[in-house]
Design a protein around this ligand. Structure first.
Ligand code: CA
Length: 223
């Protein structure tokens, strides 16, 4: 799951980014409205955390802009004070939820979790391909009931492959969903991570689930 964090206070932004990355989210940070709109229009985010008070604009204006352009990414608006009018305005401009500063990081996580669950329309959080299972809520991964320990990035990669099981996923698509803006497309980092995930998911099993398609990308499927 990839998140755009729009926050101009640098300390706050890096604190939230680090916390979210520990929770296995992929995070980009925009310190102003201009960068926020640019990133939101060029990357496929699952959620935008949008600070209301920004140096060049307001979160309300960004939100309105994105909705006018038919961008329907979930937006969690964050404001400096618990102001009912701000809340009403935020929801009117198209935000999906609202959080007022100061907030606990745990509360932020809970709100994000709730929004992303809504996005999945209360579907079963367990993705299952053959005997491979991944729980999107608990982040637990098992194959043939045996738990597999993955790093944050390995988890994101496997989750993305499983969400698109049976479909060919290109390296470009993987880089856009699993890596953030710092990704350098001239490295073989995706192949390296695919190999790591393969070692954990496929190596000890006769039936392989992750397949490479020369020059195209990868596909996760039962046979
Ligand atoms: Ca601010």
């Amino acid at each position: 799951m990839r998140i755009l964090l729009v926050e101009d206070e640098r300390k706050m932004a890096s604190f939230i980014k680090r916390g979210l990355e520990e929770e296995r989210y992929v995070v980009d940070v925009a310190p102003n409205g201009e960068k926020a709109l640019f990133l939101a229009e060029t990357n496929p985010y699952d959620l935008i955390i949008l600070d209301v008070m920004l140096p060049d604009t307001t979160g309300f204006s960004i939100c309105k802009d994105l909705r006018t352009k038919k961008n329907d990414t979930f937006i969690l608006m964050v404001t400096a004070r618990d102001d009912v009018q701000d809340k009403v305005l935020g929801l009117k401009t198209g935000a999906d939820d609202y959080l007022s500063k100061p907030f606990d990081f745990d509360e932020l996580l809970a709100r994000i979790g709730a929004l992303l669950r809504r996005k999945r329309l209360d579907k079963n959080p367990v993705l299952k391909i053959g005997d491979l299972e991944l729980n999107q809520l608990t982040h637990k991964v098992t194959r043939a009931k045996k738990e597999i320990t993955l790093t944050s990035k390995e988890y994101s990669l496997l989750e993305y492959l499983m969400l698109h099981a049976g479909q060919v996923v290109t390296r470009t698509a993987i880089s856009e969903h699993v890596w953030n803006e710092d990704f350098d497309s001239f490295t073989n980092v995706i192949d390296v991570f695919i190999n790591r995930v393969r070692n954990k998911v496929d190596r000890d099993f006769k039936k392989k689930l992750i397949h490479s398609l020369r020059g195209t990308g990868y596909i996760l499927k039962e046979s």
